[in-house]
Write a protein that binds this ligand. Sequence first.
Ligand SMILES: [Zn+2]
Length: 149
Amino acid sequence: MTASPLCPMCETGTLTPLTFDDSFICKGKTINVQGLQGMHCTQCGADPILTEQILSNQQKIADAKRAAAGMLTSADIRQIRQTLKLSQKDCSLLLGGGPNAFSKYERGEVLQSDAMDALLYIVHKFPFTLDALRHRHNGDTVTKLVNEE
Ligand SMILES: [Zn+2]
């Protein structure tokens, strides 16, 4: 981030970073999100939020919603994938969700479906099920499972 950007409102003050908390209602539950990022102009008092801060805030909010719903967070998903030694692309091939699904889940850009959350839970708790997914992906003509080398 560049140091002390100029305030877009008054165009004379400079912006300093600040963090704030916010709360959202999601499926009837109040979700508190802490440590959201914004800027503050000491000159005119404006509180703009920069694009990169909006992206970071979106990830925090998405993770708070996941946590409130008992779903895996983006960090959980990344950790599970790395434990299984799969690339984001391989994970999408085996588990579905589209070619860029895991990069989006891990950046917090897209919330995984309940079905994907359940699937990740299963392969995490029972890693041998990954062989079945590999078998499904490679088709019945492949008799040797990938893990058998
Ligand atoms: Zn200002």
